[in-house]
Design a protein around this ligand. Structure first.
Ligand code: NAD
Length: 365
């Protein structure tokens, strides 16, 4: 459902929480530190809800609630489709990350996480760093995304990038008849932690890579390092490209951009790429653009923290698990084609099917 659609519905908190099927939403407030956070637990059929904490200066509380409800639901699907025994959850902290984060603030948040007794595990997300997780971990053991020095899995971005690369290759196989990306014109939008790693994989495979980012310095540095072409953000959507890889923000696949895009497929790391999950999934079908479902192909980061949560973290095993994204992606694209439904819908159906089956196992003797 589109964000605006959700916001404009005038309804109480309970109606909003039940609309997307959430189990529990916790509103946290601590006066001395000024902490205001919302923890949303969407579904715990498969296991404890795991999802990062995002700190953002939301325009209002409704926006924060919308964000945490959508993101936590996405985590449920991501864990399910990746075959992980995890549920979906997410937390948002309302406020300016540059000004409000102190040791006390973060540890107070850790106490709130701890109060849920392991029903929710947190991790890093936008504006939350590994160092913040260290403070949170002083108050709770229900935290992942810790540095390698503390027995954690460290930076998840390389694994996320590898999973996206696998999903891109699988989609290319479906679209072009082969998964070799050599010579393919690929536009990577956003060359941050994930995008930059992805570019490295693509260059190694001799793809023709175009990059764009609002941070000019990143574009310049990567262009120099890999000999890729920097492109202006405004003209990016009109580029003659075979593959569009959104690796910056969500909602970049919308009415305006779909009519401009000339690519044959979309595969990238950003969360919630389709502005309206249903409408734009089908609009892409009409435009004959094959879409690799974002929550499936960007699951490498979750696979990474899942392994940390299980214990005995092993980086090699993590990459092997992320490699499976290739097969899952290809099979979903085949189902979507056969059933004549959007790939996003096919992916959600598969994720929901596993949850429904596991729920039955739980109750059967
Ligand atoms: P990041 O912040 O390191 O990189 C994002 C990049 O996008 C930055 O370089 C930023 O300058 C650029 N950007 C922002 N707005 C832009 C715009 N309008 N046009 C072009 N560039 C723009 O983040 P990341 O960790 O690389 O994650 C990228 C995306 O993938 C995010 O949407 C994130 O939610 C998603 N994701 C990341 C992970 C992970 O492991 N890091 C896992 C799953 C999903």
């Amino acid at each position: 459902m589109e964000i605006k659609e959700l916001e404009k519905v005038e309804q109480g908190v309970y109606a909003r929480v039940t609309q997307l099927g959430h189990e529990q939403v916790v509103f946290c407030y601590d006066e001395p530190t000024g902490l205001k956070a919302i923890i949303a637990i969407h579904n715990t059929v498969l296991g404890p809800a795991l999802g990062g904490t995002r700190m953002w200066n939301y325009a209002n509380e409704q926006e924060a609630l919308t964000d945490v409800l959508r993101l936590s639901r996405g985590m449920t699907f991501k864990a399910s489709i990746s075959g992980l025994n995890l549920g979906g959850g997410k937390a948002v902290i309302i406020g300016d990350a540059g000004k409000m984060k102190t040791e006390a603030f973060l540890r107070r948040f850790g106490k709130f996480v701890n109060s849920l007794g392991g029903k929710y595990y947190t991790a890093e997300d936008v504006n939350m760093k590994t160092a913040d997780m260290e403070y949170i971990s002083m108050e709770t053991r229900y935290v992942t995304g810790l540095p390698e020095s503390m027995g954690g899995g460290g930076d998840p971005s390389p694994v996320t990038a590898y999973g996206v690369y696998m999903g891109m290759k699988a989609t290319a196989k479906k679209v072009f008849g082969g998964d070799n990306l050599a010579g393919k014109k690929i536009g990577v939008q956003g060359v941050g932690q994930v995008g930059a790693h992805l570019v490295e994989y693509l260059v190694k495979e001799n793809a023709k890579v175009f990059i764009t980012d609002i941070a000019d310095a990143k574009v310049k540095s990567l262009a120099q390092q890999y000999g890729v072409t920097g492109v202006d953000g405004d003209s990016f959507y009109d580029l003659d490209m075979d593959i569009y890889a959104p690796c910056a923000l969500g909602a970049t696949v919308n009415d305006e951009t779909i009519s401009r895009l000339r690519c044959s497929m979309i595969a990238g790391a950003a969360n919630n790429q389709l502005k309206d999950e249903l409408k734009h999934g089908y609009k892409l079908l009409d435009h004959r653009i094959v879409y690799a479902p974002d929550f499936l192909i960007n699951a490498g980061g979750l696979i990474n923290v899942y392994n940390e949560y299980l214990g005995n973290y092993n980086r090699e095993r993590v990459f092997q698990q992320a490699e499976k994204i290739y097969d899952t992606c290809l099979s979903i694209l085949n189902v979507a084609e056969r059933e004549k439904i959007s790939s996003q819908e096919a992916a959600i159906q598969l994720a929901e099917k596993r949850i429904a089956e596991m729920a039955l196992i739980r109750t059967s003797r």
